[in-house]
Design a protein around this ligand. Sequence first.
Ligand code: F0G
Length: 335
Amino acid sequence: MIERYRERLPFAPEDPVVSLLEGSTPLVLAERVSERVGAEVWLKLEGANPTGSFKDRGMTCAVSAAVREGAEAVICASTGNTAASAAAYAARSGLTGAVIVPEGKIATGKLAQALMHGARVIALRGNFDQALTLVRELAERHPIALVNSVNEFRVQGQKTAAFELVEELGEGGPDALCIPVGNAGNITAYWMGFRESGCAPRMLGWQAEGAAPLVHGAPVEHPETVASAIRIGNPARWEEAMGAMAASHGAIRAVSDAEILDAYRFLAANEGVFCEPASAAGVAGLLKHGAEGARRVACVLTGHGLKDPQTALARAGSVVPCEPDLPAVEHAVLG
Ligand code: F0G
């Protein structure tokens, strides 16, 4: 991805690149969602990145820069995906990786990834916001590169998704972008990418009702939502997100957990696209409010559904038990 966009990223030709060939993700037309909202709706499948989320776009840049700067270790606070991505890119680069996650609050797949890639995984008896405050302090005291989206290279890398949308959709890109918002790094990155491409779609950011500080205009001390990836009460990129919203005549609004789960199931059952719950927040918002005059809408599906099998299994239909003989199988299959 750095190779593809090098002239628009802060990397010189001779700089080291740590890559898993992230980016260039599929953009698929969502026919059923389009029908429901009366607009052309496209899904950007960021779960197709190497570690299963959009974080890889930023991580290739953050870890490449860390290597260039001579860092020996990288660290992040995370609700799970940043941890999985940081661990993978650290493993690939030979750097040591450490991740701090809220204890018991990250999806199983993400935990498995971070552990398998050999990162030191610290389960904090606290939430993401506390973890981020602590790693920021730690990174100031020790020669460890902080790879949360407070790191400029993360945002630089993630802006490439907006470049791809503009290239793929042509005609100035989408009229509106629906995107889930947690720490607000990604909405900041998309807006940067669109501006650099000369586009200004409406930025429609969606938070979960129980974790919607940007909607309330104040930090949420105890954020709660089924969408664990965006269970964040005090986004680091607060000002940038509000700026993107205002400059694009967009909005940052909340959707309930029930609405998120409805959209999550709808996408899987009707579009064949399995994303994680947080990723469905943008589509939930679109289904709730409609396209609001936009002719062409892009929804960012930030992470893969397999990240969080437990939430899926808890909300999906049950399997059909069956004896190993033909009449039983006939009955089981045909009902
Ligand atoms: N969707 C998913 C699947 C995420 O993992 C995140 C953030 C977001 C949306 C929100 O993006 O924070 O840039 O506004 N996950 C971070 C993490 C916080 O630690 O993995 P954002």
